[in-house]
Design a protein around this ligand. Structure first.
Ligand SMILES: *Cc1c(COP(=O)(O)O)cnc(C)c1O
Length: 292
């Protein structure tokens, strides 16, 4: 697992025209199967489970989630048994995420969508059925996850470059919460929710920070206009942007999180949203297995 991932500068005439500089924190290079923010969020949960003497971890997620994919691979690498509680019914053949998860030794258990909404209520029953386990939360966001993301924040704080704005995509908001509570106060954070109606993340992010006993170190806001219709919609202009970005800058993006964020950042740069001289750092939070 590679930490202290590199920061790469992007060269593009649009940046020069608008007087800004753009950098990418390459957390996609952490590990091919446990990439980006998922590793940051998993790390202390795995260590905690081991420390408490658990040999099994149960976690929850959607059938296509990067969280399930990353947890399965991390479990195998660290010698822990992982149970994946998957939202919805079983569909065979398994989709690529679940068939990968199973290949890593994850035990897949399904839960209907209604029960899944209150998944925590089912934990005691599951423990009776499956034996004792450590519970890692839905989407992997808890205080221990923020602790892992804070290490990413520290890497940015300690970089020999100075940044004015740090941008990251948001799903549950755990990653943004970790950045907001760990970055030095001279930076500000822009969050790009992947979902439509992403304003709900304001409360969720504040909640994660509070629950973790942390505080907001930096000014931050959400940019909610770049969801492209929702979680997994394939919009042609987004797909084209991702392809061009790859060709021009040799950085691969994906269409659920990092593609939308970088589309948004480039669009905002073109619209003069940033101040002259701003140094913008975008977090590449990984998730590239969806492209394979
Ligand atoms: C899961 C994921 C996110 C969202 O992270 P949250 O902490 O849930 O907001 C962003 N980018 C990628 C690539 C992801 O896999």
């Amino acid at each position: 697992m590679k930490e202290n991932t590199p920061i790469q500068e992007i060269q593009n005439p649009i940046l020069d025209q608008n007087g800004v500089r753009l950098f990418i924190k390459r957390d996609d290079l952490t590990h091919p199967d446990v990439s980006g923010n998922k590793w940051r969020k998993l790390k202390y949960n795995l260590l905690q489970a081991k420390e408490e003497g658990y040999s099994t971890i149960l976690t929850f997620g959607g059938a296509y989630s990067n969280h399930i994919h990353a947890f399965a691979a991390a479990g195998k690498l660290y010698g822990l048994k992982i149970i994946g509680m998957i939202r919805g019914e079983e569909h065979l053949p398994l989709n690529p995420t679940l068939s990968f998860a199973e290949s890593q030794g994850m035990k897949l258990v399904y839960m209907d969508r209604t029960s899944f909404k209150n998944y925590r209520d089912h934990i005691p029953r599951l423990k009776e059925e499956l034996g004792d386990f450590y519970v890692a939360p839905m989407g992997g966001s808890n205080a221990l996850a923020l602790k892992g993301v804070a290490e990413l924040g520290e890497e940015i704080n300690n970089s020999n470059q100075q940044f004015d704005v740090v941008c990251a995509a948001g799903g549950t908001g755990g990653t943004l919460a970790g950045l907001i509570s760990s970055l030095d106060e001279n930076m500000r954070v822009l969050g790009f929710p992947a979902l439509k109606g992403g304003e709900f993340l304001y409360d969720d992010i504040r909640g994660f920070i509070k629950e973790s006993g942390l505080k907001e170190n930096v000014d931050w806001e959400l940019i909610t206009d770049y969801h492209f219709g929702g979680y997994a919609k394939k919009k042609p202009e987004l797909i084209q942007f991702i392809e061009e970005f790859h060709q021009k800058h040799h950085v691969e993006l994906e269409r659920i999180y990092t593609g939308k964020m970088l589309y948004g950042v480039m669009d905002l740069i073109g619209k003069g949203y940033f101040s002259k001289g701003d140094r913008i750092l975008c977090l590449h939070s990984g998730g590239l297995q969806i492209n394979r």
